[in-house]
Design a protein around this ligand. Structure first.
Ligand SMILES: Nc1ncnc2c1ncn2[C@@H]1O[C@H](COP(=O)(O)OP(=O)(O)OP(=O)(O)O)[C@@H](O)[C@H]1O
Length: 505
């Protein structure tokens, strides 16, 4: 009796079902000196009896399969003692036959039902051993007590596990809800910088939020002026990298050797003119985001160096002896088809795949004309705030006119047109059709797509553009500089200076 009590106390201390089951079987086998003991469980559905052997072989029987003694014991709720000679009668069922032959060859089998057997709980105990001993055990009150203690403890652990799982799932639900909430907030915060509610832009914004959550490299693809840099800044702002800087460079705007020293930095004396240590953009971007615009124009030897930085997070400034580390997120952008550059071997395929971890395509403005109204309103507000003006919104006709344009220069073109129109309209007045149509013609003097593709010198092209706009405005106001300056929203002094610089008479 004493040893049973000790064993029961041991069982009560256990908090894990598997250990409980093993301890029960081990102490049982040892105390009674029996050959083998195993437990058979009811499946989740309650329709099958399952035994998993130590070798992980699974045996299963339907609870309605009366070819095996298990179903009888379960149904009657009474133990069954089967002498070795009688086991031969129960050999129709293949699983039972294999089980018996692998376990208790030549011995008596006691099958004992567990009290309160429910779904997915041990429901039967099967013991093989000496016939006389098993006969005594089967009716011993201590044995019954021990079995009951085991079954009760098993049920308790099962309930505790259920409560634990419920808690876990509740906390998972809360985490998911928190994540959804945070995503919603981030999505909302984008609406102040990345304007557009068209479904195409909403898709872009969702991708931006997802990209911001990971440290993966982001590649933004889109025609010129679609807002690639705006999107890159937005990713930076809503990501964990916002604690560091947003560092940007346009790879096509500066000569090859300058791009290298700008990116990697240099030690004093690395080349003539390197008078002091210069921290490169990679170093400056540590903890933040590095934005490489027009990455397709990066020379191949720099592509290899960049790939190494991305893979090792370390780099060496020009002329430097020490490796430095920088942990930044790379955001790159291109308006060309980079895959074509990979095919023509101008762009390294390994770098291409490294950059494309999170690709985002910004749609052309002509494919999301629903955004025209919101974008125009945003640019008018921006203009009013910058110049302390009070220009009204577009008239209905102006908006209709904009909707018919194809905007090869995308949002940048719209912004220029709106700003130009704002500079011409009186305070309190809306932007009438005549301004929009005139300005779209004026701006088309500078045919965006064509010109942009051939830009070799940005300063020259901007001077040329300014020249044409000022000339046109002076003509409109019969050479009156005061009126022209006011209509362009710039001080007379600035206009006079520009006229001198651009040699406008
Ligand atoms: N969705 C937008 N919301 C607000 N402003 C925008 C948006 N898209 C573009 N812009 C504005 O349009 C101009 C061009 O945007 P941006 O420089 O980001 O375009 P881009 O695609 O990077 O151009 P490029 O290919 O020429 O470098 C900027 O003045 C920017 O502020």
């Amino acid at each position: 009796m004493n040893s049973w009590l000790i064993s029961i106390t041991e069982l009560m201390k256990l908090r894990d079902a598997k250990t409980l089951s093993n301890t029960f079987i081990n102490s049982f086998t040892k105390t009674l000196d029996i050959t083998k003991c195993l437990t058979i469980e009811l499946s989740d559905s309650g329709r099958e009896l399952i035994y998993q052997s130590e070798n992980n072989d699974i045996f299963s029987w339907s609870v309605l399969d009366f070819d095996v003694p298990f179903s009888h014991v379960l149904q009657e709720g009474r133990h069954k003692l089967i002498p070795q000679s009688d086991l031969a009668y129960w050999q129709n069922n293949q699983d039972f036959k294999i089980l018996i032959s692998s376990l208790g060859n030549g011995e008596t089998c006691l099958i004992y039902p567990l009290p309160c057997a429910k779904e997915s709980s041990p429901s039967l105990i099967v013991i093989f051993g000496d016939a006389i001993k098993l006969g005594q055990v089967a009716v011993a009150p201590e044995f019954k007590l021990y079995i009951e203690a085991y079954a009760t403890q098993w049920e308790l652990l099962k309930d505790l596990k259920k409560v634990g799982l419920e808690k876990e799932s509740l906390s998972e639900t809360l985490t998911t809800e928190r994540q959804v909430n945070q995503r919603g907030k981030k999505l909302l915060s984008l609406s102040t910088s990345l304007i557009g509610n068209s479904s195409a832009m909403l898709d872009v914004k969702k991708k931006i939020v997802v990209a911001a959550e990971s440290p993966l490299s982001v590649m933004i693809h889109g025609e010129t002026g679609t807002g690639k840099e705006v999107a890159a800044k937005a990713i930076h702002q809503i990501s964990d990298y916002n604690k560091g800087q947003f560092v940007a460079i346009n790879c096509s705007a500066i000569p090859e050797n300058l791009l290298e020293s700008e990116l990697f930095g240099y030690e004093k004396g690395a080349f003539s003119g390197a008078n002091s240590y210069h921290a490169g953009l990679i170093e400056q971007a540590d903890g933040g985001s590095l934005f490489l615009d027009e990455i397709g124009d990066m020379p191949t030897h720099l592509q290899s160096k960049l790939l190494r930085v991305l893979e090792t997070k370390s780099f060496r400034p020009l002329g430097g002896k020490k490796e430095l580390t920088s942990n930044f997120r790379l955001i790159s952008a291109t308006h060309i088809n980079l895959k074509e550059k990979v095919k023509s071997k101008e762009f390294r395929p390994d770098l291409y795949y490294r950059l494309m971890q999170c690709p985002i395509l910004l749609p052309a403005l002509k494919d999301r004309k629903e955004d025209l109204e919101l974008l125009s309103e945003y640019f008018i507000d921006q203009y009013n705030e910058s110049y302390q003006r009070d220009v009204g919104f577009l008239t209905k006709q102006s908006l209709e006119y904009l909707k018919k344009m194809d905007f090869s220069g995308n949002v940048r073109e719209l912004k220029s047109m709106i700003e130009l129109s704002c500079s011409q309209v009186e305070d309190g007045q809306p932007i009438a059709l005549s301004y929009i149509s005139d300005n779209s013609n004026a701006l088309s003097l500078f045919d965006f797509n064509e010109s942009v593709n051939h830009i070799g010198n940005l300063t020259e092209i901007l001077d040329d553009f300014e020249f044409k706009v000022i000339q046109e405005r002076l003509n409109k106001h019969s050479g009156n500089k005061t009126k022209a300056a006011k209509s362009l929203g710039i001080p007379l002094r600035t206009l006079t200076y520009k006229c001198q610089k651009l040699e406008i008479s």
